[in-house]
Design a protein around this ligand. Structure first.
Ligand code: SF4
Length: 377
């Protein structure tokens, strides 16, 4: 059978209503954003947080976020630093910036509520086709089929879909399939049931086909190789970057931190121990001194190393060398950063940092006492 064979499609459509939806009603996890009646704001926040992030990781973030920003109006009025602090560690920080911008649009144009119209939802900052379909169906009951990684995997396996899943032609076929299989009276439940099946049963590794309500109709299972679908290009080895960071102490033993530009690059708007990528021919001290000259106009003496932090991002890995330093000449300028602050270690918690920079903070907190300039220079 080809993936589009009408008999198979008709059987799947029937099975969605007779098997998948009842399975979902029995097995749906009790998640904090699934409280009935659905709050569109909670659906929105959860869907954005769940992009690229696992449910277990998202739950505590969602609960803290909703407590601090219970409505779009609270979110719109909050300082961005506060929003980032509640996003700290969740990654993909552009999501937090877009949420904040979208909340301001909701307050300005929609009386602080999400619009009950997929076309208007799609215009909000940060809402792509997936999030628009998810919110439109889950919060408002519009017949929109969402297509996330879990759903693509399940559908590709059910139909043994050939073709690289990263290609737009393959995705269009999957979207067509998801649209065709959507139970028109239960669009939100259909979307969530696919997601749940992908998360609990049809997992990337070792899918539990014996527990799957659609096993009898699954072509990848019939072929004996469910993990062969969806087809993906071979993973390339991630590039590795060696980065230097300065823990700059002043005579009052405060530490200089810098804010990354809020509107460009990754980790945007977060605070950091300033520094940057080492060039091939540089020593680590040379790298840190050059970076601080370029970024903040400072001439430094670079001292001993505090720690090396290893961290993996989605597209590369880093090895972050943090060294103590002191300023020989200059005052901090914002040549390639948005802001700076002098803080003591007990003030770090007021600022959002990346996970890698938290490795530096942890190393500092593990010292027998807070660092002092005279201990290292
Ligand atoms: S039978 Fe197995 S591979 Fe097929 S959809 Fe179910 S869990 Fe996934």
């Amino acid at each position: 059978m080809s993936p589009t064979q009408p008999d198979h499609l008709a059987a799947l459509r029937l099975a969605v209503r007779r098997r998948l939806l009842p399975w979902f009603a029995r097995h749906a996890r009790d998640l904090p954003w699934r409280q009935e009646p659905r709050d569109p704001y909670a659906v929105w926040i959860s869907e954005i947080m769940l992009q690229q992030t696992r449910v277990d990781t998202v739950i505590p973030y969602f609960q803290r976020f909703m407590k601090r920003f219970p409505t779009p109006a609270h979110l719109a009025a909050a300082p961005m630093r506060d929003v980032l602090k509640h996003w700290e560690g969740l990654g993909y920080y552009a999501r937090a910036h877009r949420l904040h911008q979208a909340a301001q649009v909701l307050v300005r144009d929609y009386q602080g509520r999400l619009p009950d119209d997929p076309a208007l939802l799609a215009k909000l900052p940060g809402l792509g086709p997936y999030a628009t379909a998810a919110i439109a169906s889950l919060a408002f009951g519009h017949p929109r089929a969402a297509l996330d990684g879990n759903i693509m995997r399940v559908l590709a396996r059910l139909t043994a879909l050939p073709g690289d899943i990263t290609r737009s032609a393959t995705r269009r076929k999957l979207q067509h399939l998801a649209d065709t299989l959507l139970a028109p009276k239960h669009p939100g439940a259909t979307n969530e049931a696919w997601m749940e099946l992908g998360a609990l049963v049809c997992t990337p590794r070792n899918p539990r086909c014996s527990a799957c309500p659609l096993a009898r109709l699954c072509k990848a299972r019939a072929a004996g190789r469910p993990e062969a679908f969806p087809q993906k290009p071979k993973k390339k080895k991630l590039p590795h970057k060696v980065v230097g960071a300065a823990v700059i102490l002043n005579r009052s033993n405060q530490i200089l931190i810098a804010q990354r530009h809020p509107d460009k690059g990754m980790l945007n708007g977060l605070w950091e121990f300033p520094g940057g990528k080492r060039r091939d021919t540089e020593t680590m001290a040379g790298c840190i001194a050059r970076e601080l000259r370029e970024e903040m106009g400072l001439t430094l003496e670079v001292g001993p190393r505090l720690v090396i932090v290893h961290h993996a991002y989605s597209h590369f890995t880093i090895e972050l060398h943090a060294h103590f330093a002191r300023i020989l000449k200059g005052r901090p300028l914002h040549l390639d950063c948005a802001d700076h602050a002098w803080v003591t270690p007990d003030q770090f918690d007021a600022y959002p940092f990346s996970k890698a920079d938290h490795g530096i903070i942890n190393a500092m907190r593990a010292l027998p006492r807070p660092p002092r300039q005279r201990d290292y220079f």
